[in-house]
Design a protein around this ligand. Structure first.
Ligand SMILES: [Zn+2]
Ligand SMILES: [Zn+2]
Length: 269
């Protein structure tokens, strides 16, 4: 079965990418995608990967993605995206990055909170997950209020580790008020959220966020929704997109967004 789109993916321009941009585009064409976004990491703030050359990623993407878009223009709509991490930790760098690059699509992420490394590295035996999540959602709200990204990515990201890897049962009702404020802020600003399907193929076993939160977003008036696999290699490309579409429908969505020059275009599902 063909996969119509995938709005969140990485190639070797990202520190953790495994397949080249061209391999990813060719795989997307093979899957029959109409719309496909490369959204390589640009993580700002205090915890850059020591082996990661941010400037090389930015300039590499600026050269590679438009060239691939031209080369494969008959086969696929290649969307020039970026996954911008921790924008509010360095608003000046974030603004410069967005103004200097001709992005179609900006995903906003929080991979680490101020003073801590990526959640990937945080052992919950040493830190209180509840307190970390309090700060995480405050920073996510700050990112929504910053209003520089089109879509907030994987809004339950820390659960990939706390719930998925460590099996900790987190009572998410504690965070309902702040998550509502995040949704209301996004809706007011004509911004949205994604269904990140990577959790379906990881220990978490569900999308980020899960159906309950997506339904809440819809009920509050949210209409801008993208779906992405967060694939870092061709094997994972398009994985879970069909399930993501099904969840979107069940939550009341009749269409999802793809982005071109920072403007949403709606695709019926
Ligand atoms: Zn991410
Ligand atoms: Zn990603």
């Amino acid at each position: 079965m063909s996969v119509p789109f995938d709005l969140h993916t990485h190639c070797t321009l990202s520190f953790d990418g495994k397949s080249t941009g061209e391999e990813m585009v060719q795989a997307a064409v093979r899957l029959g995608m109409m719309h496909y976004a490369l959204t390589d990491h640009v993580d700002l703030g205090d915890f850059p990967d020591p082996d990661f050359d941010l400037e090389a990623t930015v300039t590499g993407a600026a050269e590679l993605i438009p060239a691939l878009r031209t080369k494969y223009s008959d086969s696929i709509d290649l969307i020039y995206g970026v996954e911008l991490g921790q924008a509010v930790h360095d608003r000046e760098a974030a603004a410069k990055l967005i103004s200097e690059n001709d992005y179609d699509f900006v995903l906003g992420s929080v991979h680490n909170i101020r003073g801590h490394d990526d959640f990937y590295f945080l052992d919950p035996a040493k830190y209180d997950p509840v307190k970390l999540l309090d700060t995480y959602f405050d920073e996510l709200l700050e990112t929504a209020e910053w209003n520089g990204a089109d879509i907030l990515a994987h809004i339950t990201y820390p659960l990939r580790y706390f719930s998925g890897d460590y099996g900790i049962d987190i009572d998410m009702s504690r965070y309902s008020p702040v998550i509502d404020r995040i949704f209301i802020t996004l809706i007011k600003n004509d911004k949205g959220i994604e269904i990140n399907t990577s959790g379906l193929r990881q220990k978490l076993g569900k999308t980020m966020p899960d159906a309950g939160m997506i339904k809440r977003y819809h009920d509050l008036g949210g209409r801008l929704l993208t779906i992405g696999s967060d694939a870092h290699c061709t094997d994972d490309l398009g994985k879970g997109i069909a399930e993501g579409i099904q969840i979107a429908k069940e939550c009341g969505f009749g269409e999802v967004a793809v982005y071109k020059k920072r403007e949403p275009q709606f695709i019926k599902i």
